[in-house]
Design a protein around this ligand. Sequence first.
Ligand SMILES: [Fe+2]
Length: 354
Amino acid sequence: MQLLSYGSRPLLLMVVVLLTAACAIQPIPVPVVESGPQVVNVYSARHYGAVEEVMERFTAETGIEVLISQGSDQSLIERVKAEGAQTPADAIITINAGSVQLLADEGLLATVDSSVIQEAIPDTLRDPEGQWVGLSQRVRTLMYNPANVAEDEIPTTYADLAEPNWQGRLCLRPASHIYTIALTASIIANEGIEEAERIVQGWADNNPIYINSDTRILETMAAGGCDAGLTNHYYLGRLVSENPDFPIQPVWANQESTGVHRNVVAMGVLEVARNKQNAITLMEWLATEGQGATSDTLPGGNFEFPANPAAEANPIIVGFGEWQVDPMPMAEYGRNQAEALQLLERTGYGFSEN
Ligand SMILES: [Fe+2]
């Protein structure tokens, strides 16, 4: 796999030469697009290293080169919309089901009718219309430092962190990040707007330290800078893999009520993709061969839970215990996001680090 800008040299050169010639006659901008049978261009919001082993293995096994262009969910969606039919992207990978659903709602994603995907991925983890598919599961949940949290105050629900005993003791991610927005959107869907507002108001009133990195949240907690907070499970998995004595404990939230907030890494193929079949091949491969616990799989490379139930999960995250999940259909996650942002703003929840 290579970054988008490092495409196949001879082809790129040819495109540049042709472009130069074309421009001499008629100065209409023509997009430089990688195409051909051996390439797939992917806009990806995964941010766990520029080159993921799983993509390198895909290329080794299929001969199809994966050219990745990275950005946040929000920025990549805006790019796809702005580029329209000229987009060089064949597929998009987001870190939130709600994000890819927004593109589906705008009619920008192809309907992929694939029996491979239908057999590999449970229908709860993909779009019923076939416009996107979840490829790995991530759980956003409670974390605490047992050295600083008494046993009788260990939080078990998202609402617990709104209680006044957490005043000045929390680390939370700012509202500008999609993880906070998606979690808040799910609380609105489950609890209704009034109760969601009470919970988020309580978080904000507890004057958390806002840190825009789940890894730094956990490290700050381990160093005693805060006692509890919320992160995605795989950041703890990664830190525990580096240091088995890393002192933070996870608690799966809301196990007696709604279940814990689970989201997916989701992939959709663009309707205007020039390498549509390659994109579908990548999607099918990631849903099958690319699933597993090892570092050359999509979930395993990042300590996520596989989306394919036939695949193994990494033993470190299996060791965090079984979880009851919020059964909310993935397609719902996008619907409350705008309302979630407004709620976060209303309550004075932080939008940046403090
Ligand atoms: Fe992440």
